[in-house]
Ligand binder design. Structure first.
Ligand SMILES: Cc1ncc(COP(=O)(O)O)c(C=O)c1O
Length: 443
């Protein structure tokens, strides 16, 4: 068998590795082999282009776009669909790290929403092609084939596709809820952490959770952070990924409304906290594809974060080069708009009402023979644990006989996205689900 030829590390990768190792040896150990190889090609075309931008006063023949009258060349049949954006804000390339103003504006937003960050130094957010891409990049940088990631049993199935199918990592599961379905299963989480004591582990935390719609209470959130710190103190080396896709959609005053990233970014030198967030769900722009990766670790220095940003930017450059310019320009303008928060709150209020109607409809005593309701207090979804029949059979029956669509997950979970139902539709969905379940139970 011929052995794989080993390409020498690029000097920029070596420099970034040396910096990371010197600043925090755990973070270096957490990098995948691919992560260790990666660097941002800052001395190639991009650097020459940046130099020319500053100095080429006569003519700049470096840029890989076409220009006309000092602006990016463009077609009116495309331009007619944009209002209020300059040609540069629509057609130009964005940097691989994202538009600098957008990165600053998103960092400001994160700080406002996360008081426990205090003055903890973190990286600047790096722009990704929304959260899926952010999660993929983190997998590329931190997961080797055979590495283990820990997630709740109720999780977004794309983690499997990205980290297991694509990268060959293995996802282990802890039980998200306790047996009585009263709240977060701290015992299962802690036990899963401690049975892997002293090892490298990527931990995925997704609150508000897809599919259950659950966010921990303040006490639960504190206990989750403490369990991670205890594992780190016991020698575990942890990448903790806070998937904050549904951030801000909290419907119960008991919810922890801060991202756990706030505390984890300053928790322990053995915990590299990574915030994966973005405009997709929060700002109701699913198709714009604008997300962010932000790093934080206790004692993290600017040099450490710069090196991590370089590796991340390099990974983005290698796969997609950069993220959609119109998407970034529009999200930046929204963040700068004085009406942004009020408009966002208005929409969250609509979802809050739907969540309340859902809570009443699904918990009617008459449905006790049909399902248990997983706790939910946030996000877009809620989940039923159906009784006596398989969720997939219920899904098909619901669709065939009642024209109602829902998602079957696992053997017994039926996910209902109340985010896309009117208040009037909600009771109809649950009464149809009950009818389907009873029809199938009788078979
Ligand atoms: C938990 C979770 N994370 C990430 C994503 C991906 O979001 P995006 O559309 O921004 O890639 C989703 C989308 O459904 C999600 O549910």
């Amino acid at each position: 068998m011929s052995s794989q030829p080993q390409t020498a590390l690029n000097p920029l990768a070596e420099a970034a590795n040396a910096t990371i190792k010197a600043e925090n040896a755990t973070v270096f150990a957490l990098l995948s082999e691919r992560g260790k190889r990666f660097f941002f090609p800052a001395k190639g075309i991009l650097a020459q282009g940046a130099e020319a931008k500053a100095k080429a006063k006569t003519a700049n023949a470096t840029v890989g776009i076409a220009t006309e009258s000092g602006a990016p060349m463009h077609l009116n049949c495309i331009g007619q669909y944009f209002q209020g954006l300059t040609p540069a804000e629509i057609y130009d390339y964005a940097p691989s790290f994202g538009k600098p103003d957008l990165r600053q504006a998103w960092a400001k937003k994160q700080r406002e929403e996360t008081p426990s960050l205090g003055d903890t130094l973190t990286s600047l957010p790096i722009v990704t092609n929304a959260l899926t891409h952010g999660l993929a990049v983190i997998g590329d940088l931190f997961l080797d084939p055979g590495d283990e990631a820990l997630s709740s049993d109720l999780m977004w199935e794309n983690y499997n596709l990205s980290w297991e199918t694509r990268l060959g990592a293995h996802i282990s599961l802890y039980n998200f809820f306790d047996k009585k379905l009263t709240g977060f299963n701290l015992e299962s989480f802690t036990q899963s952490l401690f049975s892997r004591k002293g090892r490298k582990l990527v931990v995925a935390l997704n609150f508000p959770n897809n599919p259950s719609g659950y966010s921990p209470s303040k006490a639960e959130a504190g206990a989750i952070v403490n369990a991670l710190i205890a594992a780190a103190q016991a020698g575990s080396q942890l990448v903790v990924v806070c998937d904050d896709a549904y951030y801000g959609m909290f419907y119960d005053p008991a919810c922890e409304t801060e991202s756990l990233f706030g505390k984890l970014a300053n928790a322990h030198p053995n915990i590299l906290a990574i915030k994966i967030d973005g405009a997709t769900k929060e700002e109701f722009v699913w198709g714009l594809r604008v997300g962010f990766i932000t790093y934080g670790v206790k004692g993290g220095t600017k040099a450490l974060y710069d090196a991590l940003e370089q590796k991340t930017g390099g990974m983005i450059r290698a796969v997609i080069s950069n993220v959609s310019m119109p998407g970034q320009s529009i999200v930046l303008k929204a963040l700068q708009n004085p009406n942004f928060r009020a408009q966002q709150a208005e929409k969250v209020e609509i979802l809050r009402k739907r969540a309340a109607v859902t809570g009443e409809a699904c918990r009617k005593a008459e449905y006790a023979d049909c399902w248990d309701v997983y706790p939910f207090n946030s996000g877009y979804f809620m989940c039923l644990r159906v009784k006596g029949v398989e969720a997939e059979a219920v899904r098909q029956h619901l669709l065939e006989h009642h024209g109602v669509g829902a998602i079957a997950l696992g053997k017994t979970e039926l996910r209902v996205a109340f985010s896309c139902l009117t208040e009037a539709q909600i009771p109809v969905v649950f009464s149809a689900a009950a009818a389907s379940i009873r029809a199938l139970q009788k078979k």
